[in-house]
Ligand binder design. Structure first.
Ligand SMILES: Nc1ncnc2c1ncn2[C@@H]1O[C@H](COP(=O)(O)OP(=O)(O)OP(=O)(O)O)[C@@H](O)[C@H]1O
Ligand code: SF4
Length: 284
């Protein structure tokens, strides 16, 4: 049987995507968990994983100046198209956030004082939890290549599932509709859009569903924080009906959920019907 990947996304941040993801994890068996919200991962706060391995994620290269060889002639400064090198007392200084690793500076440096070296942009963890193996990662603050890190997390989650004969991968996706979301949902069995009945919740539901449609990924919706607005609940319901999107269920805005999350515990949401609907979708 092929491995099914279920990814939770939201478009808008703060709709309760991670809270919902966590509440479904204990309802499935034989699973691997992947946290693809690598810019701001917080599923680990609720799952309390025990880290087994930590690995640097190298996605780019940067210039490094060898001070023993550098003559401080300044040629590299004027040739850098990205303004990534500025004058310094003993050698020029590479501004890592600007350097694209293009190698131009290495070509103009007579004493070969510049080397292009691999640069760490994040960390990937393999962990164990009460519910199964977990692959998670953390992007170095300020780095912009989270799509590749997301792909790496998914690749490793799939490999883990294949090695352990796991049937399901539950993915906490990133918010937004940028490349990291595309990396998180491409080729998945089902994208569950966790929305909320607000103007921005509805707006982003449409945007993220459009993105998933372009990638031919099937979507279903959970209306979280139900009770916030009748008007936007109706807008979401009408939109889902028009676009043949299954609404798995509604979860009310309630203090019990907030209390559990504040105690760093997975909230106990009555989502058994939703689980049955998910299984129906992914296995048919
Ligand atoms: N149904 C609910 N009732 C009350 N509070 C809720 C509910 N769902 C989520 N919350 C609270 O809303 C906040 C945001 O939830 P959560 O972190 O799951 O959102 P998110 O969509 O994953 O955010 P991000 O975009 O940052 O990843 C949390 O404090 C959570 O406890
Ligand atoms: S071109 Fe080479 S020698 Fe000249 S300043 Fe740059 S690194 Fe130093």
């Amino acid at each position: 049987m092929s491995i099914k990947e279920i990814v939770f996304i939201s478009g808008k941040g703060g709709t309760g995507k991670t809270t919902m993801t966590s509440s479904f994890i204990p309802r499935f068996e034989n699973l691997v968990i992947a946290d693809c919200d690598v810019d701001a991962p917080d599923l680990d706060i609720l799952l309390k994983p025990q880290i087994l391995t930590t690995e640097d994620f190298i996605a780019t290269t940067k210039a490094v100046i060898n001070s023993d060889k550098c003559l401080n002639c300044g040629k590299c400064i004027s040739f850098c198209n990205f303004n990534a090198i500025e004058a310094g007392d003993k050698t020029p200084i590479i501004k890592e956030s600007h350097c694209e690793g293009c190698k131009t500076c290495t070509l103009v440096c007579k004493p070969n004082a510049i080397e292009i070296k691999p640069y760490k942009t994040g960390v990937i963890y393999k962990s164990t939890t009460d519910y199964g193996s977990m692959i998670h990662a953390r992007l170095t603050p300020g780095e912009e290549v989270s799509g590749r890190l997301v792909s790496e997390v998914r690749k490793r989650a799939k490999l883990t599932a294949e090695n352990n004969n796991n049937e399901i991968i539950i993915i906490d996706g990133p918010p937004g509709i940028a490349c990291n979301v595309i990396s998180a949902i491409t080729g998945s069995s089902l994208a569950i859009i966790v929305t909320e009945p607000t103007v921005s919740g509805f707006h982003d539901l449409v945007r993220v569903n459009d993105t998933a449609n372009k990638l031919r990924v099937k979507c279903a919706v959970i209306i979280n924080k139900f009770g916030l607005s009748d008007r936007y609940t109706k807008e979401i319901e009408d939109y889902c009906e028009r676009n043949s999107i299954s609404i798995l269920g509604k979860v009310s805005l309630n203090k019990e959920i907030l209390r559990s999350v504040n105690k760093l515990e997975i909230p106990n949401i009555n989502n058994h019907d939703m689980v049955n609907k998910i299984k129906e979708i992914i296995y048919n």
